[in-house]
Ligand binder design. Sequence first.
Ligand SMILES: Nc1ncnc2c1ncn2[C@@H]1O[C@H](COP(=O)(O)OP(=O)(O)OP(=O)(O)O)[C@@H](O)[C@H]1O
Ligand SMILES: [Mg+2]
Length: 367
Amino acid sequence: MPANGGSAYPRSIGLLGGRAAHDIAIDLGTANTLVYERGRGIVVSEPSVVAVDFATGAVHAVGADARRMIGRTPASISAIRPLRHGVIADLEVTEQMLRHFIRRVHPRRFLRARVVMCAPSGITDVEQRAVEEACLAAGARQVHLIEEPIAAAIGAQMPISEPSGNLVVDVGGGTSEVAVISLGSIVVSESLRVGGYDLDDALANYLKRERTLAVGEQTVENLKLEIGSAVAREFEVESEVRGRDLVSGLPKTVALSSAETREAYAEPLRAIVAAIHDTLERTPPELAADIGDRGIVLAGGGVLLNGFRELVEQETRLPVHLTESPLTCVAVGAGHSLEEFQTLERMGDTRRRRALSLGRRTTFSRR
Ligand SMILES: Nc1ncnc2c1ncn2[C@@H]1O[C@H](COP(=O)(O)OP(=O)(O)OP(=O)(O)O)[C@@H](O)[C@H]1O
Ligand SMILES: [Mg+2]
C-alpha cells in the first residue's frame, strides 16, 4: 500500500498545511477497530475489546491484549466487547477504547484530531449520537459520520460517483449491510443485525444441542476460520473441539466436520442471502442492469468464510468479487473520504458538509 493508503484522489487536494495531518478516520467495528491517518494509511488495527477492573474502574488492557483475556479473567476483571451489532452497547468503555487508540496516533494530547467515523446505515439517531459523543469524549476536535457501505465501496475502488449501479455487501462481526450506490449516495439498502459472531453463536448452539458440549467464543471463532464453510467442499475437513461436557461437567473432546458447520450456519447465512435478494428486488431496473454486468462486491471479515463468495454467486446468479482486503476496506474508504471532506470544506458547501456529518445521503461525487 502506498504511503497515502492507496488514495484514489490526488494528494494535493486535501493537504491544507500541518493541520490536515491530524485528520483520522475510524472504523469502529463490533469485532475490530481500525484507525486510518491521513498521509500514513492504517495505523491501528486491533480487536474491539477492553479488559476492565469493575472494582476500581481501571482499564487493564485494550485490543489484542484484552482479547486474549476473554473467558479467562478473575471475577473482578471483565474482558468486554463494548459494541454489539455495530452499535455502542457500553458508552463509557467505548470512550476508553477510542481514547486509547486516538492517543496512540496522537500521543501529544493537545493535538486534537478531526475524525471521520464509520457508522452502519441502519443506525438510529440515538445510536448515532452515542458514536459522536464517544468520539468527542475520547479527545476528537470534530466528528463526522460516514455510512459504512459508502466507505466500503470507496475502499473497494468502485466507481460510485458515476450514475450507475454498484452493489456492495459488507459482512462484519455483528452486522451485514447490503447497499446499491449510485452518484455517491445509497439508493436502496438493507442493514441486518447478523454477522460473523452470529455464525459463531449458531455453531456454539449446534455443539450444545448435538454433542452436549459447551465451548467458549474464541473456540467457535477459531473453528470457523479453520474448517467453517458456506457451500459443499470438494474435500470436507474435520477438527477436534475441546470444551466441557454438559452432562458430566468434565472436559471433553469431539470431532467436528466442515459439513456440520454448514448445517449450523444455515440460518444466519440464509438471512444474509435474503437481505441481498430483498435489496436486488427493490433496485430500480436501470441500476439492476448495471449490477447484472458488474456483479456484487463483498467486503468485511465475514465474507472470508470458506465458500461465502460461491454461496452468494449460486443464490444470485451474478458475478461476485471479494475486495482485495475485506478487513481493511471500510477503514481505507473512510480514510479516502477525508480527502473529500477537505475539498467540501474548502468549497464552503455547508449543505454537503451537513450531509456528511449526519451520515445520511452523503454525497461524494466530485463535481
Ligand atoms: N477467514 C475468515 N473466515 C471467516 N470469518 C472470518 C475470517 N476472518 C475474519 N472473520 C470474521 O469477520 C468478522 C470481523 O469482520 P470485521 O472486522 O469486518 O467486522 P467489524 O467491522 O468489526 O464488525 P461490524 O462491521 O459488524 O461492526 C468476525 O466475525 C470474524 O470472525
Ligand atoms: Mg465493519
